[in-house]
Design a protein around this ligand. Structure first.
Ligand SMILES: [Fe+2]
Ligand SMILES: [Fe+2]
Length: 471
């Protein structure tokens, strides 16, 4: 692994200048990427100076360099975390053998599918969020939005590098397709459901970065275990950037909860009378994005997932530290399944349930955040309302629960009962209209929209009143 080459057209630490064919291919893709960014990236702020961090090296201190830049001038680069040459495969049937530096031929198709699926989510989220700048609740938040957007762009670069380097013509075709699909488009949608859902307002933005980017964290972490070393090294670095996206979501929702609680108390239970957000609406938003994000982990019982694990392509979350048996050829896992109109327990072979293992890690992490938000409610003196996560069976479109209807506590119900309750349980059009009506852009440095509390501190040691975006 070489030093970071900042003078190159594409900053990188993968020695691009010594692989002319790859370098030319990526430089050819760059203007197509920029065209996509200008068409589908943040709408209306491309010429503004924004206080952004750019990765300039991969060391702990150097990777977050802050400065004012215009988004199209952001230096989208390719950075891999250096790995020891003696790294071995940490799980599955090849456990303990040397990690692969090149694609193992028999797994080419599976690796291509894994990489393309991950890659597709990156531009999708930029597309979903493109109109949010013009209704941002503060300059601080606007800057965070754009930070997330440019970094999702960089994540696309990270994945496209793998496609170009290891997949030849197929990789080039896939890279083009990644710029051709569009979130929510009827004819050429993005690959995964959550990435085609509208994100029309900041409540969805915060829930998306909390719940959906958090799925990304768990997917990237399990790919960072991969026996295909370049994929592992790429994902490891993406995780450092992802942490900020999760912070934006979790702290954003916390600030909404805090403000909503205060307004609920001050208005005797009617925060909407002063343009605030009621806690029921926060709960519906949690229900909506949490369940769409659960779908992203794939089927509860999956031979694909079993194969990815057995083949050493995709491990578990913190495979090395959290598990003792890294092969898991034996053993099972108990799942709740629907049989004869009832929810019953059933044991399935462990490897086939590996998606559920990752989903549970994710759910525990989400529960932790819920406890924090409920503590915020307490602090603000609201003690008769608790926010919660719905059951993993509720409102699912993928996996073994998708065929049935469940209420938020996970009981089987009829389709009619489900549909009757949708307005109560899930973010809906009336909610969207209300949220859009209260969200107006706030441009005075340090000032916040009425529906959200101020953050605890600014970015990179700057005060909250800092001019994060020069309009
Ligand atoms: Fe990402
Ligand atoms: Fe992200």
């Amino acid at each position: 692994m070489s030093e970071v080459d900042q003078s190159a057209k594409i900053p990188n630490n993968v020695d691009l200048s010594h692989d002319q064919r790859l370098q030319r291919a990526l430089e050819h893709w760059l203007p197509m990427y920029l065209e996509w960014w200008n068409d589908m990236g943040p709408n209306g702020f491309q010429t503004k100076d924004i206080y952004l961090r750019t990765a300039t090296s991969i060391d702990a201190g150097g990777w977050a360099h802050f400065d004012y830049i215009k988004m199209p001038d952001y230096r989208w680069g390719i950075f891999l975390v250096p790995h020891a040459p003696e790294r071995v495969i940490g799980f599955g049937d090849h456990f303990g053998k040397p990690a692969w530096r090149e694609i193992p031929g028999e797994y080419r198709g599976n690796l291509r599918r894994i990489i393309v699926t991950q890659a597709d989510t990156e531009p999708a989220s930029v597309e979903q969020q493109r109109y949010l700048g013009s209704i941002a609740p503060s300059l601080y938040d606007m800057r965070n939005l754009f930070q997330v957007n440019v970094e999702e762009g960089r994540h696309l670069w990270a994945m496209v590098y793998l496609l170009f380097k290891f997949f030849g013509k197929d990789g080039r075709d896939e890279a083009e397709e990644l710029l051709n699909r569009r979130s929510g488009d009827a004819d050429k949608p993005r690959i995964l459901g959550a990435f085609n859902q509208p994100c029309d307002h900041w409540l969805s933005f915060f829930a998306f970065t909390h719940f959906t980017d958090r799925d990304g964290k768990y997917q990237l972490a399990s790919l960072a275990e991969s026996g295909f070393d370049p994929l592992a090294a790429t994902c490891e670095f993406m995780l450092t950037e992802e942490a900020h996206h999760l912070f934006v979501g979790e702290s954003g929702l916390d600030r909404v909860v805090r403000r909503s609680a205060r307004l609920t108390r001050e208005t005797d239970g009617d925060p909407r009378s002063v343009g605030g957000i009621d806690l029921d609406l926060v709960q519906r938003t949690i229900n909506y994005w949490f369940t769409y994000s659960l779908d992203l982990f794939g089927g509860e019982i999956s031979t694909n997932a079993a194969n990815y694990f057995g083949e050493g392509l995709k491990g578990r979350f913190k495979e090395k530290h959290r598990y003792e048996d890294h092969v898991m050829k034996e053993g099972g896992k108990t799942l709740s399944v629907v049989k004869g109109g009832k929810v019953v327990e059933e044991e399935v072979p462990y490897r086939n349930a590996i998606n559920e293992v990752l989903r549970e890690e994710y759910m525990n992490d989400c529960e932790r955040a819920l406890r924090k938000w409920n503590k915020t409610l307490d602090e603000e003196g609201v003690t008769d309302i608790e926010l919660s996560l719905p059951s993993r069976r509720f409102h699912r479109h993928q996996g073994i629960y998708a065929e049935n209807y469940f209420n938020p506590t996970g009981d089987l119900i009829t389709k009619e009962e489900f549909e009757r309750n949708v307005p109560k349980w899930l973010l809906n059009d009336a909610d969207k209209d209300y949220l859009v009506s209260i969200m107006q852009q706030v441009t005075e440095p340090g000032k916040m929209a009425n529906w959200i509390a101020a953050p605890a501190r600014g970015i990179n040691g700057q005060p909250i009143e800092f001019e994060y975006v020069r309009l």
